[in-house]
Design a protein around this ligand. Sequence first.
Ligand code: MEV
Length: 437
Amino acid sequence: MSNPISGFSKLSKTQKIAWLSKNYFKENTQATHVLQRYWNSDTALQKLHDDFIENTVSNYYLPLGIAPNFLVNNDLYAIPMVIEESSVVAAASNAAKFWLDKGGFTTNVISTTKNGQVHINFFGDTKDMTAFFSVVKPILIASISQVEKNMKKRGGGLLDIQLIDSTNSLKGFYQLHCTFETLDAMGANFINTCLEKFAQTIEREAKKFKAFISSQTYPEVVMSILSNYTPECVVRASVSCHVDLLTQKDMEGYVFAQKIVRAIAIAKATPRRAVTHNKGIMNGIDAVILATGNDFRAVEAAVHAYASKDGQYSSLTHGSIENDIFTMWIEIPLALGTVGGLTSLHPLVGFAFDLLQKPNATKLMQLVAVAGLAQNFAALRSLVTTGIQKGHMKMHLMNILNGIQATDTEKASAVDHFTAKQISHSAVISFVEQLRA
Ligand code: MEV
């Protein structure tokens, strides 16, 4: 085990790697070599990446793939996806192609309100707190006039502040629940700055409020932070067609449609299936979120909380057959930004935005929702017909071959051989061993 180090962040990148090598790799040069192999020879680009976080020692690559042929509200998109899982981009592309001649995807943004809270302790009389809030509310609003000036000019800003008495859930707990419109910004910085201003204002004004002075009981701010749960920032995407158009190789369209609807019902009925069902949706969503430089942790947290909004963790997608029309849709909260954060810094994010025709935040919400719906349709389509392993292993074949350092000729023979055969890890290895023998 190594000794603790202080001042690690002050070391140069080379010194940091030397320290790692000495303390964790017995000075073995292999580890250093791996880290250095991923340095970018363009020093300006490397510096940009170094500065994204603290203690950068190298870059961690993930593939950027493209899923073309997405018809969304009659416009055609090629969607950028950053993901390591072999079959995700292929599945998205298949789903896009499948729906291309059936009207494509239809989307609409239901709402775009973000929110944050100032969490407050107050152990006095609720009536005093309510009276204080009605006095302080206009002062709170005025206190952020400078902060929200630019946002307001563009049509956004603070929407409202409410006092929420949460003393039934936790003794002495009140919240200032604040709602915002942050337009094309994800809004975290803007919201947190406003909330911290509110917190200072609350504490300052409370000291002057007569009822608090006479009871000698003052509200105390515990913390101020945006909420990543954004159930008022919601987008919907759907696909729909006559069941006859859904006919599969060995399955009638109506039967296939029923199976998809049933698969969704199963995800609604049991969290064990819902988690995997939604994981498949997030394969598509996270990949676009990463490609567009947005915060996938925030999106994941919001989406899964939303999946539980009715009291049980459930499917994020829905399906129906009415008068022989099959419809499948997704409704999810997505707080995204197309300005700020990484969006203007990372050159590949710039590429992704150009590819998507410079979307604003609401357009991006729609495209991300489409990617999630497409991914779910593709997964369910496989699951209720061939099973997922066939397509998944086909895409995974190259990883198995790379894992055993197969040559190009061996790879070509393997791809040829396994076109009509079942792929498994052991089958691929024994095939290549035979070739080598
Ligand atoms: C695999 O990454 C995703 C799936 O398991 C999703 C699902 O089961 O719906 C195929």
